[in-house]
Design a binder for this molecule. Sequence first.
Ligand code: ZN
Length: 174
Amino acid sequence: MASTLGLGAAMCPLSSLMLPDSAMAADMVPLRIYNPHTRERYDVELFVGSKWNENALLVCHHMMRDWRQKKSIQCDKKLFAALYVVQRKFNIDSPISLNSGYRTPETNNMLRESGAAPNSQHLLGRAVDFALPGVDPIVVSKYAQSLGMGGVGNYPTFTHMDTRGERVYWGRGL
Ligand SMILES: [Zn+2]
């Protein structure tokens, strides 16, 4: 039998993110995140009991900021829960690389040449491009897809995951 993150009915989109019982055991590990652009690294306890840890969320929003424009917004915290579920699934000690989170219009326009969508979910703080060291992105992408949260894109070196209201998948192998 699986448990949800226990965040209550108000967080119902999270109810689709099932954690194995082992993830809810006393040995809760922190979410380990790394920003390869700024080289910042944090280990955060996302939850305090069954509630979000607001201080941890502040760190997460900061790590997801548009580092080029030095701007941050409140990103969708379901992304952080999903990253945590992914971390637990692959059981890695190394931090998850947050390659791209929130993007200002300026940054998104700049990235258009390298494939950023004009109406990118990154503009809304609802998307993250990430990679797990030592894990093939297609394996991560397929697992992210299985969570059924929204959009998932598989790229050669990372996975895009977003919380748009519909399930959309792209990239080789999805
Ligand atoms: Zn993306």
